[in-house]
Design a protein around this ligand. Structure first.
Ligand SMILES: O=P(O)(O)OC[C@H]1O[C@](O)(COP(=O)(O)O)[C@@H](O)[C@@H]1O
Ligand SMILES: [Mg+2]
Ligand SMILES: [Mg+2]
Length: 336
């Protein structure tokens, strides 16, 4: 008897069988998302061999220089998910407005939001990058959806996940029923369940923050990091380690695997620029917050639970503090 390995398709179908009235739409939408991640993984893996490194010479709605892979990955996600009739519309980090499903295709009942290439500053230096996605139900006019239809709290997500293009390619997924990780077996081109029921330890001694912004941090974050750096000589009476990969997907995956706290807090520089944070609520903070909470961790802005936030705009930025529950609650507590 060969040792049976569960593919992501089988896992999703078996999970959907538990749901009364499941039509299969959700399953095939997830399958199309998985296909898109496979295609992006292949591009990232081949890098300069296929000429996909470097900048595209254009800016996105956030005023950031777009990498070729940002745009290619966004196009791959759109073309993989527009034809099958599951989506009413889509929204990408790389597009100002929502993407309407071309009239030649049927429309469906889901809204797909995604960060096609996360960790863009790492594409050209061969460091892990990823894709982040979030699925919502279309509650309004699904024939002519608008950006407003996407502005649902993170608690409304029916699924969230990310693909990590690292030494191995993985997908980590939640449909609100725990968190599971799958590794791409390049030989058969299938994602195999390798990390069932991922959970985050409540305590950790590993923090991640971009220390180059230190002089702009608000007092609560300054205090928290100072106490970590003071180690056994300070009030925490224990030493802490630090990590910063500059790819949110890779940081979150490390935290899901061994615990930790990741912070991209609001700071004085952002406030001066009229910005509410660095990371985007709809396709970075909300999907990651759902995954983290489903694995037993916590995710706040420092002041509020991220999943409770009422989105105001499609590309809204928010402060993000997530990971091991007791540390996130400590930093949040410092914010009063
Ligand atoms: O360059 P910094 O300030 O370290 O910021 C790194 C952060 O920015 C991001 O790259 C933003 O995401 P994108 O690459 O999708 O724009 C995060 O993945 C990462 O955590
Ligand atoms: Mg990103
Ligand atoms: Mg991105």
């Amino acid at each position: 008897m060969h040792n049976h390995r569960t593919t992501i398709t089988q896992f999703i179908i078996e999970e959907q069988r538990q749901i009364q009235g499941a039509t299969g739409d959700f399953t095939s939408l997830l399958n199309d998302v998985v296909t898109a991640c496979k295609v992006i993984s292949n591009l990232v893996n081949h890098g300069e061999l296929v000429g996909v490194l470097g900048t595209a010479g254009s800016e996105n709605v956030q005023g950031e220089d777009q990498k070729k892979l940002d745009i290619l990955s966004s196009e791959i996600f759109l073309s993989s998910n527009e034809w099958a009739g599951h989506c009413a519309a889509m929204a990408s980090e790389e597009m100002e407005d929502i993407y309407q499903i071309p009239s030649r295709y049927p429309k469906g009942k889901y809204l797909l939001t995604f960060d096609p290439l996360d960790g863009s500053s790492n594409t050209d230096v061969n460091v892990s990058v990823g894709t982040i996605f979030s699925i919502l139900r279309c509650k309004g006019d699904c024939v002519n959806p608008t950006a407003e239809d996407f502005l649902q709290r993170g608690t409304e997500q029916v699924a969230a996940g990310y693909a990590l293009y690292g030494p191995s390619t993985m997908i980590v997924l939640t449909t609100g029923n725990g968190v599971n990780g799958f590794t791409l077996d390049q030989n058969i081109g299938e994602f195999i369940l390798t990390h069932p029921g991922m959970t985050i330890p409540p305590d950790t001694r590993e923090f991640a923050i971009n220390a180059s912004n230190q002089r702009f941090w608000e007092e609560p974050v300054m205090r928290y990091v100072d106490e970590c750096l003071a180690g056994t000589d300070g009030p925490r009476k224990q030493d802490f380690n630090m990590r910063w990969i500059a790819s949110m997907v890779a940081e979150v995956h490390r935290i899901l695997t061994r615990g930790g706290i990741f912070m991209y807090p609001l700071d004085e520089k952002m406030k001066a620029a009229g910005r509410e944070g660095k990371l985007r609520l709809m396709y970075e903070a909300n999907p990651m917050a759902l995954i983290i909470e489903q694995a037993g961790g916590a995710a706040t802005t420092g002041r509020e639970r991220i999943l409770d936030l009422q989105p105001a705009t499609l590309h809204q930025r928010v402060p993000v503090i997530l990971g091991s529950r007791n540390e996130v609650e400590r930093v949040t507590g410092y914010h009063g």
